[in-house]
Design a protein around this ligand. Structure first.
Ligand code: PEP
Ligand code: MN
Length: 459
């Protein structure tokens, strides 16, 4: 990230050496590449590519997240469980951005606060798996680890880890981000237009329950117009990219020294999170991500103890920097009300203000008798409600939601106003990994969360 107009600060050699310390530590969830020389050459190619995001944007996001951690903003993070190369089409990207923008308008009204918009997009290609292999009938092959590693087709050739996919992952992220930047800067994000799409949702008889809130938003927009609000200012929105920081042969070469500060930034996305399976305190991922400047998310499952949480803060945020860490809790609807309160109580004895975000997806998986991985919309909603309740009781700020969603009309999660049932799942189940909320379910969730937020505001 060298810009000749800026002072070039070179990094401390110890900082650069530290970026490879993870190589000496236990590491989980990495592919076994058959050809190490090909990985080295793909890594070298990635290291020579331009950054996908810029240090200044990353710093700006950290400030935005600090606001959310203080209770003055709300984070909406959403997108596919696993993006695919084939799915990086203009239509699918547009529909996802559109859905996130629509949700954000509803949430902004409910929260009376700025909503930080962030996609699980433009790089969410690597997946942790519960098993290294997959068996179908008599055949056992390596598990699918995401398009940046291997193919989904169940053949030995497709399932072999292919380092050429690292480079393709970069290019697909670049074209996705390019389109996102165009959509969010070029007039598509105009508040009045996004609002008109939402009217369509509320006018659908299935969504009558939300008519009241939709009318309130409509009046608010009319009021703004009448009062002479500068709608030109409302044509552009900030939109940040994020993905799980999992695949080290991708994230390490995408990490660069910022010429203004001499500090390392991972330029594959603005925000990276460490998954529930790879957040070991002594493991490679925590060591690597503690050394970079990007804001970092950490998934916390229901077995997280206050001690683990405190140690994660000490390691990843020793300076207690506002906006630095986000805890993304994914406890399950049945566990959230027991598992979250002890953490919220402990945090008040600890001198840290992380941002708290609810992932109401990953603790609520189930498999139907017909073999579909799914989630019940009601469980998703119940976990979010439990998240808000726990924060209300503790006096902490419920600062955001992290959702697996798509802008398309898929049938992957059960329920919602369209009442998708087990029979319907088969009609349009497209996810290669976890089930996503479809367009309608996503909007419905945003209305329900907006109700929670306005209740929290009034309390
Ligand atoms: C995910 O976000 O897709 C994921 C694998 O989550 P977790 O680490 O919480 O299981
Ligand atoms: Mn997932």
């Amino acid at each position: 990230m060298v810009d000749p107009t800026e002072t070039v600060v070179s990094a401390d050699p110890a900082v650069i050496a530290g970026l490879d310390h993870w190589r000496t530590l236990p590491i989980k969830q990495q592919p076994s590449w058959p050809d190490p020389a090909a990985v080295a050459s793909a890594s070298a190619e990635l290291a020579s590519m331009p950054p996908l995001v810029f240090a200044g944007e990353v710093d700006q996001l950290r400030e935005r997240l600090a606001r959310a951690a203080r209770g003055d903003a709300f984070l909406l993070q959403g997108g596919d469980c696993a993006e695919t190369f084939a799915g990086a089409t203009a239509d699918q990207i547009r529909n996802r951005v559109k859905t996130i923008l629509q949700m954000a308008v509803v949430l902004t009204y409910g929260a009376s606060m700025p909503v930080i918009k962030m996609g699980r997009m433009a790089g969410q290609f690597a997946k942790p798996r519960s098993s290294d292999t997959e068996t179908r009938g008599e055949v056992t092959l390596p598990a699918y680890r995401g398009d940046i590693v291997n193919g989904y087709d169940f053949t030995p050739q497709s399932r072999e880890a292919d380092p050429a996919r690292l480079v393709k992952g970069y290019h697909t992220s670049a074209s996705t981000l390019n389109l996102i930047r165009a959509f969010t800067q070029g007039g598509f994000a105009d508040l009045r237009m996004v609002h008109s799409w939402n009217k369509g949702f509320a006018e659908n008889p299935a969504n009558q329950r939300y008519e009241g809130l939709a009318k309130e938003i409509d009046r608010a927009i009319k009021f703004m117009e009448a009062a002479g609000a500068d709608f030109d200012e409302l044509k552009r929105v900030e939109f940040y990219s994020s993905h799980e920081g999992l695949l080290m042969d991708y994230e390490r070469p995408m990490t660069r020294i910022d010429s203004r500060t001499g500090l390392p930034y991972t330029t594959s996305a603005h925000f990276l999170w460490i998954g529930e399976r790879t957040r070991d305190l002594d493991g490679a991922h925590v060591d690597f991500f503690r050394r970079i400047r990007n804001p970092i998310g950490i998934k916390l499952g229901p077995s997280t103890t206050p001690e683990t949480m405190e140690r994660l803060i000490d390691v990843l945020d020793p300076d207690r920097e506002p906006g630095r860490i986000t805890f993304i809790t994914r406890m399950g609807a049945g566990r959230i009300r027991d598992a979250l309160p002890p953490l919220l109580e402990a945090i008040q004895r600890f001198d840290a203000t992380p941002l708290w975000v609810s992932d109401p997806m990953h603790g609520n998986g189930l498999t139907t008798p017909t073999g579909y991985k799914t989630r019940r919309f009601d469980d998703v909603v119940d976990e979010v409600k439990g998240f808000f309740e726990a924060h209300r009781d503790a006096g902490t700020h419920p600062g955001g939601i992290h959702v697996e969603l798509t802008g398309d009309d898929v049938t992957e999660c059960l329920g919602g106003s369209e009442m998708i049932d087990e029979q319907t799942l088969a009609t349009r189940y497209e996810s290669l990994c976890d089930p996503r909320l479809n367009h309608m379910q996503s909007l419905e969730l945003s209305f329900l969360v907006a109700e929670e937020l306005s209740r929290a505001q009034r309390a």
